[in-house]
Design a binder for this molecule. Structure first.
Ligand SMILES: NC(=O)c1ccc[n+]([C@@H]2O[C@H](COP(=O)([O-])OP(=O)(O)OC[C@H]3O[C@@H](n4cnc5c(N)ncnc54)[C@H](O)[C@@H]3O)[C@@H](O)[C@H]2O)c1
Length: 124
């Protein structure tokens, strides 16, 4: 699967990048961030960088983006036919999360929210 990583901050470069590079089924083809400084840091990886995702060149996108940016990106890329893994939180308010209502059930089925840590339920 051809994948772009969008959001080259702490969690993008520190957690998602090494996980994507480790996965044998993933070909990481683009590192994306609108911030030129972040792209410059990430360019050391030897993977092409860009300011925006080109949905035509990938099957999926990982979004390690700020939660006020993530909702519109999830909707845009899911509607473009991509698989989307989005970092939580996926919105800053219930109102902002309303945009997910634009997605069909098929589009929603290609969206997963990244929850790195799960708390264990205590049993008495
Ligand atoms: N840092 C953590 O330990 C951690 C853990 C779990 C979840 N998260 C979540 O992951 C997300 C990212 O956190 P972070 O700490 O890496 O933030 P960060 O601020 O370090 O990085 C976010 C990056 O996203 C980029 N960005 C902004 N708009 C973009 C766009 N339209 N397309 C692509 N990139 C864009 C920014 O330029 C920045 O480089 C947040 O939602 C956060 O809540 C972070």
């Amino acid at each position: 699967m051809r994948v772009a990583l969008a959001g080259l901050g702490d969690i993008g470069l520190g957690a998602h990048l090494p996980a994507l590079l480790r996965h044998p089924a993933v070909q990481l083809v683009r590192l994306v961030d609108p911030d030129a400084g972040r792209r410059e840091i990430a360019a050391a990886q030897g993977i092409p960088v860009a300011a925006d995702v080109d949905p035509g060149e990938v099957d999926g996108v990982v979004l390690a983006t700020p939660p006020w940016v993530t909702p519109d990106l999830v909707v845009r890329y899911a509607r473009a036919g991509l698989f989307v893994l989005a970092e939580k939180p996926v919105a800053t308010s219930v109102e902002a999360a309303g945009v997910y209502g634009q997605l069909s059930s098929e589009e929603r089925s290609r969206v997963q929210v990244g929850l790195t840590y799960k708390s264990e339920a205590k049993r008495s």
